[in-house]
Design a binder for this molecule. Sequence first.
Ligand code: 6GU
Length: 230
Amino acid sequence: MRIDIISIFPEFFGVLDISLLGKARERGLIDLTVHNLRDFTHDRHRTVDDTPYGGGAGMVMKPEPWGDAFDAVLAESPSPVVVFPSPAGERFTQATARELALEPHLVFGCGRYEGIDQRVIAHTASRPGVRVREVSLGDYVLNGGEVAVMAMIEAIGRLVPGMVGNPQSLTEESHEDGLLEYPSYTKPATWRDLEVPPVLLSGNHGAIASWRHEQQVERTRRVRPDLLGE
Ligand code: 6GU
């Protein structure tokens, strides 16, 4: 999978080298390039923002540097998905991560300030073969898309085929079956007077599977009833 990120804070993404993705890049599964939006400006001050038409607070990212950046990054890419992180986007879920993990080329356009001139999104979507998604992590506001994109890339990257040693560990975790994960325990069996639930020491795999499912349902009902439609 090829990943391009366009941002005015390219240094932000240095940490991707030391996470799970470092391994993916070493193994050649993910080829990630970060582009500095300011490299696509043409004025002495490398200006990327301006005041909003219609008035209002804050600054809006100018369309021209974005247009030039996408001209460069999308050249000769047959069917990229361009993701614009935005609190006004559709919700990013495990299903979104699963879909995007199957794509050969993802491009993330990180907006700052009050957003990007909306014509950039419209123009990008009008490029032949390009699919655009505006995506939000949740109902809160971050100062820019960088941290959101880091979270999305971590969620997507671990689902790229060949990334995780034991693929079963991917299907037994929170959100894969619409439920939260069951609680986990390891040795010692007693720690500071706290016991591991005895069923887990029973060796009865059927009983263990039932107990884990009950725990998933109980935990989901308690903290995320919305996931059960309740
Ligand atoms: Cl994707 N971007 C920004 N700026 N804020 C957010 C978000 C994204 N998701 C939740 N809040």
